[in-house]
Design a protein around this ligand. Sequence first.
Ligand code: SF4
Ligand code: SF4
Length: 400
Amino acid sequence: MQISLTSGLTQSPEGQELESILRSCVHCGLCNPACPTYNLLGNELDGPRGRIYQIKNLFEGKAVTHETQRHLDRCLTCRACETACPSGVHYAKLLELGRVEIAKQVKRSYLQRSIRKALCWIIPSTQRFGFLLTLARGFRPLIPFSTLKRHIPIAKAAGVWPESRHARRVLIIAGCVQPTLEPGIDSALARVLDQHGISASAFYSGCCGAVSHHLSAIDQTTTRIKAAIDALWPEIEAGIEAIIITASGCGAMLQDYADLMKHEPDYADKAAKVSALYRDPVQLIEQLTLNKVGQGRRVAFHAPCTLVNALKLEGRVETVLKQAGFEVLPGMQSSQCCGSAGTYSLLQPTLARQLRDRKLDQLQQPQPELIATANIGCLVHLNTASEIPVVHWLSLLEAK
Ligand code: SF4
Ligand code: SF4
């Protein structure tokens, strides 16, 4: 691909990275069939190849408009295109750079800016999010429509956390919204690990930065990552074995710390250490011999995009569930996002609903007893319309 970036960019490390990613795309379009928004909207500009072309134009100084921004906003960052691409194009990085740049060139409306600011202020704060959800729960009985009610999840129990008693020790990072929405997931993992000789400590370091990253709020993302690293560092120096987070979306963010902080001299090495210590729960649990708790129950597993395309752990949870005695139903298309995608379901509600309904049709079709997933966002989003309970797979590993 012929590329002529604007002169200010060509010598910068960011410009060189950008150029190298753009050059790796041969414009073959093999990624388009994997793209949920391309499949839904049928428009080249709402597929990965078209978006790459628009980002190239943007950095070459060609005119971009609100329409260009709309096509980039509609991307779920699901990275199915990266998995499908035979040339290894690092699309997510390109999109990240493109969204930041277009925000400088195309001013959003006052309403859009206010909504984005509000999301950045509320969601990463467990206190603010918890307060608002508790308030909403108070009004829940007064809401006349059950479809609306389902958008306000009911309060759940936190579950018992085992005493720390083993030499092997890991941290489970609580994250921001999960302790309010589904406080029992982390303690369920802690109990399973405890039964197998690993003590897990709950760790509250605030939001990992994924929410502001989704919203292209770069300064806030960097601040949050630094705060998380500072909070984790004493534990790392004390010799923690692994850093775990039970939401695969946040896990993908921790895995990216090394890349996101590589130009920050005081944090680059520490960020690389955090990324190296990060493990998805399945990477620990697949090493254990689990009890056969499944009793043949039929489960449809929704593999989050972050688990498949970012963490590259496709099929691993399904294997663990089978080993634990569940019947895991085949035929779920992991490449098609459920529409949750960070703040996407809030900012692009129409597309998110369409993607959710397509996904639920597929998950519910074989009539499972349960739908399991590995990310809090997918769990809550699917539960807003599912006729079958959607749970985190970790909460299935104990005998009922
Ligand atoms: S991103 Fe990959 S699959 Fe898509 S057009 Fe470029 S080279 Fe082809
Ligand atoms: S990240 Fe997902 S939605 Fe965005 S272009 Fe790639 S496949 Fe399409």
